[in-house]
Design a binder for this molecule. Structure first.
Ligand code: PLP
Length: 431
């Protein structure tokens, strides 16, 4: 059994330990929700303050040029590109993940449509995973309504064999938001391409969490979040990447002026910018981009220590420790690990279910933990999926001793029946 002392020794030996100092971590909190909202980097407040007082307050509109505001979507995009195996000028920051998904699904549909002209049968199906994040499914559903296509939802294991000549697109989240299960990006992309299917990857739970190599995987399109493992702050803008082979092929549907080849010519007709820049739409959110850049820099700060490979090694160690300690210390409590035990199939989170007779037990257990300063979250299930308790492990700032202490709190919550208290059983708007 791993003891608290063992965990302290692991922290003492951790080559990434110094990276924790980049963050404002509230005293007395064990934060295991960086897969939902990353922690505030220490640099962010001063940087945003500088943008407000000096760049906006003093230099006013000149800052679009002098402070480089206009280049922020590309500048921050180039930094994120380094984390996901994209090259310079292939990825931009803009809008939300949902909006970017709409853009790329639309462009991908046109590419498939062009390729299948004259051939039969027509490809009219978008395949996705039944437990994909709802916004992905809603956006795909709306695309299907526009196109007269169908969205087909499958269990993860059934996806590969469904890829045939009537499927147009495969849209998947690389690391499942509920279970933390990670798809084989390169394998599934190759299988899809062999069947003539284009692939859109959502990297919301991957960017800054697991190594991703979009080029090596020969992916077609990718989108992702700025506010999770990239620590960009609540509502941080998202990113979009399109393989350079496709980037110039079609207009994306939200043809705003920032995606125009020459926005400041103010011409009435739309002329898309070359490459990924056409995936921009409106004016960049400068304050949010400044905050996101600080967040992305916290991940890039790991580069001298081995970068994403080193972060991944620590993430695996943290998630493995958590799962093992749950088995050991919470045995008999009804809690069980539902994330894959095999590291290669797991992202940087571990999810639990609770087998009990009370319907809202998972929610209440998470609330009881939060009251003790251990922050995870709850995701409701449905007819096909259990309610889950979700714990994210951001290797930049999570220590081994945090894992140990979090499990001890969970053990106490369970053995004392604390979670049954009425105060933990009232649903808030955000779970
Ligand atoms: C897989 C996935 N995609 C997308 C989103 C959110 O998209 P948006 O930034 O548009 O709210 C989330 C949020 O948790 C997510 O988990």
């Amino acid at each position: 059994m791993t003891t608290r002392q063992d965990c302290l020794l692991l922290d003492a030996d951790d080559p990434l330990a110094a990276l924790r100092a980049q963050f404002e971590l509230p005293e007395g909190t064990i934060y295991l929700d960086g897969n939902s909202l990353g922690v505030l980097p220490r640099a962010t407040a001063a940087r945003v303050q500088q943008v407000i007082t000096a760049e906006w307050g003093r230099d006013l509109i000149k800052s679009w040029n002098t402070a480089g505001w206009i280049d922020l979507p590309q500048r921050v995009g180039n930094k994120i590109a380094r984390l996901v195996g994209a090259r310079d000028n292939e990825l931009v920051v803009a809008d939300s993940t949902s909006v970017n998904l709409f853009k790329v699904l639309s462009a991908a549909a046109k590419i498939v449509g062009q390729a299948s002209v004259g051939s039969a049968p027509q490809r009219r199906v978008i395949v996705s995973e039944r437990t994909n994040f709802p916004t992905d499914l809603y956006i795909a559903e709306s695309q299907c309504r526009e196109l007269g296509w169908e969205l087909e939802l499958l269990d993860a294991d059934a996806i590969g064999q469904r890829l045939n000549e009537d499927v147009a697109l495969l849209m998947l989240t690389h690391v499942n938001y509920r279970t933390g299960r990670m798809h084989d990006m390169a394998g599934l992309t190759a299988q899809a391409h062999a069947a003539g299917v284009r692939v859109v990857w959502d990297l919301a739970h991957s960017a800054g969490a697991v190594p991703v190599d979009l080029h090596a995987a020969q992916a077609d399109f990718a989108v992702g979040c700025g506010y999770k493992y990239l620590n960009g702050g609540p509502g941080a803008p998202a990113f979009v990447w399109v393989h350079p082979e496709h980037a110039d092929s079609f207009w994306q549907p939200l043809a705003g002026w920032m995606g125009h080849a020459a926005p400041f010519e103010f011409t009435p007709g739309y002329r898309p910018a070359p490459g990924i820049a056409r995936y921009l739409c409106g004016t960049p959110a400068v304050l949010s981009l400044a905050a996101l850049e600080c967040g992305v820099d916290t991940v890039l700060a790991a580069e001298p220590f081995g970068g994403m490979v080193a972060l991944r090694a620590k993430s695996i160690a943290l998630t493995e420790l958590f799962a093992d300690l749950i088995d050991e210390r919470c045995a008999g409590s009804g809690l069980s690990v539902v994330s894959p035990r095999e590291a290669a199939q797991r992202g940087s989170q571990v999810c639990l279910t609770h087998a009990g007779s009370e319907p809202d037990s998972a929610y209440a257990i998470v609330q009881a933990l939060i009251a003790r300063g251990v922050i995870g979250d709850f995701r409701a299930g449905d007819a096909n999926a259990d309610d889950i308790l979700r714990f994210g492990f951001t290797p930049l700032y999570t220590r081994f001793v945090d894992v140990c202490d979090a499990v001890e709190h969970l053990r106490q919550v369970m053995t004392g029946g604390e979670w049954r208290e009425a105060r933990f059983n009232q649903r808030a708007a955000v779970t």
